[in-house]
Design a protein around this ligand. Structure first.
Ligand SMILES: Cc1cc2nc3c(=O)[nH]c(=O)nc-3n(C[C@H](O)[C@H](O)[C@H](O)COP(=O)(O)O)c2cc1C
Length: 360
């Protein structure tokens, strides 16, 4: 009832002001508060399973990301102490340590949240955005947006289970006939959720089309907790446009960080200075970052698995920095075929030394 009234009022107000008023300006200050937790800036690294493991988060944090989030942890598997879920819960140097939980049953979500906090989580994030069929078939991730009462029961369970702030990540809705993110956000805030991130696509879009940053303004209007815009942010132009169109309090970058874990930190700095582009680290500094990332991956996984996991990252790094497509192909093949970490370290040094010579 309260919600219906809220939306009726908002809808009428929207109709009157939509084309007249400019969107609220971007972030009023650099920092952002999530409940009791203060963040240094407003550009975050998105959680990405298979990408933002402890090694990647460590580098992104050191390069200045305002917030990083673990890969999605399946709550029931965590309670069962499955190896992969336990590994995903390993804490690195990040402060705050944000653990993202997925699941479909309140009791597992609550128990998973308690375990996350025992292992050091400063914030628990709930995943209601994952579109993958193996997740939505189990009625987790974005499938929860099809049944808001059930979604709210999970949120209530997590908020009651832990003392740390609880945040929520979602899409715009299941499909364009059910764009219920504003309603979910409103109800989540009533239940105690303290920040909401919206990927500006529906579940049925998966990753197709383009993210609708303007839609996120409707979520921003529905709540008073911070709202974060996500989807297709690859440049400062994108970040400025997304913040302007959505009125969001911060921006979260996912695939735009492939091969450049420094991007959120560099973007936060650019935002602070009103710069139109991020400063890319020079090749010498990139070499140091990539070598550190490589060592962190070998340390986090056992050596052979680490060598395999590292391949996609090394491929992205060379794609970003190579001077020609041919050059990228050569270095990707060389780095990804090699099994011996010493040879890989050597090849990485050669790759970046060559780039330094070209840059000089
Ligand atoms: C490989 C991959 C894995 C992802 N894993 C997760 C995840 O574990 N949890 C989550 O909330 N979102 C996940 N996402 C979604 C991203 O967090 C983000 O919402 C989406 O990629 C849109 O942002 P972008 O256009 O900046 O990449 C994943 C996306 C990708 C590409």
């Amino acid at each position: 009832m309260l919600y219906a009234l809220f939306f009726l009022t908002n809808f009428c107000a929207d109709m009157i002001t939509q084309s007249l008023a400019p969107r609220k300006p971007g972030p009023p200050s650099e920092t952002l508060q999530i409940g009791s937790v203060a963040l240094p800036n407003r550009v975050f690294l998105a959680p990405m399973s298979g990408v933002t493991d402890l090694a990647f988060r460590r580098i992104a944090t050191k390069q200045g990301a305002g917030l990083v989030v673990t890969e999605m942890v399946a709550s029931q598997l965590l309670v069962d102490e499955r190896r992969e879920e336990v590994r995903r819960l390993e804490k690195g140097c990040e402060r705050p340590f944000v653990v993202q939980l997925a699941g479909r049953e309140a009791k597992w979500m609550a128990e998973g949240a308690r375990i996350a906090v025992e292992r050091g989580a400063d914030i628990v994030d709930i995943n209601m955005g994952c579109p993958a069929k193996q997740v939505t078939r189990g009625l987790s991730g974005s499938a929860l947006m099809r049944d808001l009462d059930h979604a709210l029961s999970l949120i209530d369970a997590v908020v009651s289970a832990v003392d740390v702030p609880v945040t929520l990540k979602m899409r715009m809705g299941w499909d364009h006939d059910s764009l219920n993110a504003p309603e979910l956000a409103f109800r989540a805030e009533q239940s105690g959720v303290q920040m909401i991130t919206v990927h500006g696509r529906t579940r049925c879009q998966f990753f197709k089309g383009t993210a609708d940053w303007k839609f996120i303004a409707r979520v921003k209007d529905a709540v008073s907790v911070p709202v974060i815009v996500n989807g297709d942010l690859r440049s400062m132009d994108d970040i400025y446009a997304a913040l302007r169109q959505s009125g969001a309090d911060g921006a979260m970058v996912g695939r735009g960080c492939y091969g450049r874990p420094w991007f959120p930190g560099a973007a936060a700095l650019a935002l602070k200075n009103g710069a139109t582009a991020v400063k890319t680290p020079p090749p010498e500094k990139q070499k140091a970052i990539v070598l550190e990332h490589y060592e962190a991956m070998l340390e986090h996984y056992d050596r052979d698995f680490g060598v395999r996991i590292a391949r996609k990252h090394l491929g992205w790094y060379v794609e970003r920095s190579a001077h020609t497509i041919e050059d990228a192909k050569y270095w990707r093949a060389r780095l990804c075929r090699e099994e011996n970490p010493n040879q890989i370290r050597q090849a990485l040094c050669e790759f970046y030394d060559q780039s330094t010579e070209v840059a000089a």
